[in-house]
Design a protein around this ligand. Structure first.
Ligand code: NAP
Ligand code: F7E
Length: 325
């Protein structure tokens, strides 16, 4: 399908940003991406997907309102996807103020920038199942009350409600995707699935013997990032903005995810995984399990990749990477 539309993605150098940019380029969009200046190279994901030269990068930071206004004017975006965040829950206890500024106030900055510079643009906010935290229903959907358990969850809740409020106050086409955990070979190494698949590759190739983890009894509803970015796009194609839970409806312990990952290369996780209290969190989200019935019915969105397929894909990618080191 071709289209003459244009999109701006904040967080384009992250996991979801890279997959979303690829999807939109395939649909014929002109894609701009906000690039926060860093001293290190952050374009590796765009390179892995072969799209580094196809995304127009615009300097900016979600903590800097003026840079957002400039980026929105420059990109002339029909659709604006706000994926930028300090996204690691563990770090949010070490940097709660930064997390609030980027994940909470940053969302208000971009909503204001849209309101001032391009009020007709459609807006997507990357909300999260971490807002459910201490779960108030066995399966969480759009009506489940929130109870965040980390500074990350608290900050994201601000961004979520700001998005709802701008939709209700100003009639903006603003949608909030409440996405459950989603992973891929492009996942940051600090998140547990990628930490495990990288560890499996290193153990299999004889580089290390052990992998230290925290709470392996925690349960998550894990899907594939490539499937989840399709839901983001679908939300912005609807006549009105709205909120949607995106999840697989299957929850798995970290322990069982380890069994899948080690099992993929013929190893037993019990011979290699050690529990280290350093990776425990001050307050834990014990279990998450989403109900995506609204997205199934209204968007026609369904997950396409099982956890087993996802973990196998990630282990294979890490075996290739580690063997090249
Ligand atoms: P990620 O890989 O950590 O990517 C985060 C992106 O945000 C990176 O491009 C990062 O840039 C950028 N960023 C950080 N601070 C910024 C700032 N101050 N200004 C501009 N850009 C900034 O995260 P992800 O997994 O792709 O997740 C995308 C979004 O979805 C995030 O908002 C996350 O909180 C949310 N979310 C993720 C999941 C999940 O399971 N993956 C689930 C629910 C919601 P650098 O590369 O320069 O650091
Ligand atoms: O932890 C447990 C940990 O860091 C998952 C982000 O994308 O998804 C992500 O947040 C679970 C937790 O993801 C280790 O305690 C055990 O219970 O992979 P994670 P997360 O915290 O669920 C949500 C939806 C987001 O929005 C976030 O941006 O695994 N766990 N041992 C461990 N976790 C890590 N990282 N490392 C361990 O060694």
């Amino acid at each position: 399908m071709t289209s003459a539309k244009s999109a701006l993605i904040t967080g384009v150098t992250g996991q979801d940003g890279a997959y979303l940019a690829k999807l939109l380029l395939e649909k014929g969009y002109a894609v701009s991406g906000l690039l926060a200046r860093r001293s290190t190279d952050t374009l590796w994901r765009l390179r892995e997907l072969g799209i580094a030269d196809d995304v127009q990068l615009v300097d900016g930071d979600v903590a800097d309102l003026a840079s957002l206004i400039r980026a929105i004017r420059h990109s002339k975006a029909d659709e604006i996807y706000n994926l930028a965040a300090q996204s690691f829950v563990g770090t949010s206890w070490q940097q709660p103020v930064l997390t609030a500024q980027v994940d909470g106030v940053g969302v208000i900055n971009i909503l204001e920038a849209v309101r001032l510079a391009s009020p007709e643009s459609r807006f997507y906010q990357a909300s999260t199942s971490e807002m459910f935290g201490l779960i108030q229903a066995e399966k969480q959907d759009e009506k489940t009350p929130f109870y965040p358990r980390s500074p990350y969850g608290v900050a994201k809740l601000m961004g979520h409600w700001a998005t709802v409020n701008y939709r209700e106050s100003f009639g903006m086409h603003a949608s909030s995707g409440i996405l459950f955990n989603h992973e891929s070979p492009l996942r940051g190494i600090e998140f547990v699935t990628r930490k495990v698949t990288d560890g499996v590759a290193r153990i299999k190739l004889g580089k290390v013997k052990k992998l230290a983890l925290g709470n392996i009894d925690a349960k998550r509803d894990w899907g594939f990032a490539g499937d989840y970015v399709k839901a983001m796009w679908l939300m912005l194609q609807q006549p009105e903005g709205d909120d949607y839970v995106i999840a697989t409806g299957v929850t798995t312990t970290v322990r069982d995810m380890c069994e899948l990952a080690f099992g993929h290369v013929g190893l037993d996780y019990r011979d290699h995984v050690e529990v280290d209290p350093r990776y425990m969190r001050p307050a834990e989200v014990d279990v998450l399990l989403g109900n995506a019935a609204k997205a199934n019915n209204k968007l026609g969105w369904y997950p396409e990749t099982s956890l087993k397929e996802l973990i196998s894909m990630m282990v294979e990618a890490d075996l290739r990477r580690v063997s090249k080191e």
